[in-house]
Design a protein around this ligand. Structure first.
Ligand code: ZN
Ligand code: ZN
Length: 494
């Protein structure tokens, strides 16, 4: 057999096992009865383990070697396939199984303690566990290897090719321009008052469905269900699912979460069939995936043209908005207000939350900062970036689950998503001169077609930096994002 075909057949098994685990996990988070948890956790764990064993097996190494030997004659897709699996195999193999097991166990304990510590707002209770996690993560970084900085070894998992030094170059100008912008916007006039709730959940669900249809989400290849935390999961070609949650007091979190998850789902639905089960059938990176969700959530969903069209849908489903106009609603959803909590942050303050986490992660990984001093440093940074001090650690250093789960290097993906989204949108505006007229008339097809061609069609073939260069002419840069915010908020507060 042709070595590439041999490799494809083998990795397909890995991907199918992962899909089965993902389906079992989707069910766990949507419809599974509560008492099914223990058995389900075992099933998901078993499937993931089977996939992992295949990933690190000598058999895959052998298949990769055979494929690598004949690669000169291969297509771009073949080269990407081999590069992807070589990297995955080598990274996971670099960690001794005992150490990996210890890491998984330490994190799952830390996560359980974190939940209690957050509920009691008691950092001291969490600190020793976080200390263990940080020590293990530092060890893993050494084993995974890096050229410049141990943090790079962690970033590689989420954003192939990204470096801490590159992130610093991007974060500096962001911080320098965002901090005064936030201060200036706080002095502006407040947004219009919102109609009073409650906003019935069934009506919000229908509105979310409407929003997903509008942006081009294919319901014949997907579903919308309820869950505690919204998420998107791809289960194979023809099956990319979205979940959402709704709050009776405020209809906007549910609507924007639907647009956000819808953006992720459009990406996965847009990956070509020929990439199915190859491992190249998902986003180029976490950051690029996040760019697709942010683009629909913020660049589109928080634009005036979107509301010029969508306002009638809002009123139709939630009649409490009858007395409002499109521009008023647009102003409501563009409110800027520093909050101590990242997940409540608006599009102006959001990246400052990430800048803070990046700085602290770097200091922890370098060993410059002890876990004990973390709350103090957190609060200092919050005050200097956003002018607020969290009322307690639950809404401060304890707010996110990521660190307890050992996910160091993940937070920058959120920021990269915001920056990439602005870069892509600027390029799309250039390529489609009547883009905003189309949006205002409810026609998202030209934009989606452009994203399909420039981003979705390539799946994971190109590393993020190369994908961005091909689509926008430039690698990562904060400029379009800063220009976008200034243009928008100068106009909003003119
Ligand atoms: Zn997302
Ligand atoms: Zn309508």
């Amino acid at each position: 057999m042709n070595p590439i075909e041999g490799l494809k057949g083998y990795v397909r098994e890995i991907r199918e096992l992962e899909a089965a685990a993902a389906l079992a996990h989707w069910d766990q988070r949507t419809y599974m009865p509560p008492r099914g948890l223990e058995a389900r956790a075992q099933v998901v764990g078993r499937l993931k383990r089977l996939a992992f064993e295949r990933l690190v097996s000598p058999k895959l190494d052998q298949l990769l070697k055979e494929a690598e030997a004949g690669l000169d004659a291969g297509s771009e897709l073949d080269r990407a396939l081999v590069r992807h699996w070589r990297r995955e195999h080598d990274r996971k193999r670099a960690i001794p199984p005992d150490l990996y097991q210890k890491f998984v166990e330490t994190c799952s304990r830390a996560e359980a303690v974190w939940e209690q510590a957050k509920a009691k707002s008691d950092f001291a209770m969490f600190a020793p566990h976080l200390g263990e996690v940080v020590e293990l993560v530092r060890k893993l970084a050494e084993l995974l290897g890096y050229e410049e900085h141990p943090y790079d070894a962690l970033l590689e998992e989420y954003e192939p090719g990204m470096r801490a030094s590159r992130l610093k170059e991007v974060i500096e100008p962001l911080r320098a321009e965002l901090v005064p912008l936030v201060q200036r916007l706080e002095e502006g006039s407040p947004p219009p008052a919102r109609p009073a709730g409650p906003f019935p959940v069934p009506a919000q669900r229908a509105l979310a469905r409407k929003a997903l249809e509008l942006i081009g989400y294919d319901f014949s290849a997907g579903r919308l269900d309820d869950s505690v935390h919204p998420f998107t999961v791809g289960l194979g070609p023809g099956d990319v699912r979205v979940t959402n949650r709704y709050s009776e007091d405020d209809p906007f979190p549910g609507l924007f979460a639907a647009l956000h998850e819808g953006g992720h789902a459009l990406y996965d639905q847009g990956v070509p069939r020929e990439l199915a089960w190859t491992g190249l059938d998902s986003g180029a990176s976490f950051g690029v995936h996040e760019s697709q969700s942010r683009l629909w959530e913020n660049q589109i969903g928080r634009s005036l043209p979107f509301w010029q069209f969508f306002h009638h849908c809002l009123v139709e489903h939630l009649p409490a908005f009858r007395g409002t106009g499109p521009e008023e609603v647009w102003r409501m959803v563009c409110e800027v207000r520093p909050s101590p909590v990242r997940v409540e942050a608006d599009e102006v303050t959001y990246n400052l939350h990430i800048a803070l986490r990046f700085e602290l992660e770097l200091a922890l990984i370098e060993g410059r900062l002890s876990v004990e001093r973390l709350p103090e440093r957190w609060n200092q940074a919050m005050e200097s970036y956003l002018g607020i001090i969290p009322p307690d650690d639950a809404r401060g250093v304890l707010q996110d689950v990521h660190w307890s789960g050992g996910m160091f290097g993940y937070f920058p993906s959120y920021m990269l998503g915001n920056l990439y989204a602005a870069q892509l949108m600027a390029a799309a505006e250039h390529a489609i001169p009547d883009l905003w007229d189309k949006v205002a008339s409810g026609d998202m097809r030209p934009l989606l077609a452009w994203l399909r061609e420039e981003v979705h069609a390539h799946g994971r073939i190109y590393p993020p930096e190369e994908l961005m260069k091909r689509a926008t002419g430039e690698g990562l840069t904060p400029r379009p994002f800063l220009d976008y915010l200034k243009r928008k908020y100068d106009w909003l507060f003119r």
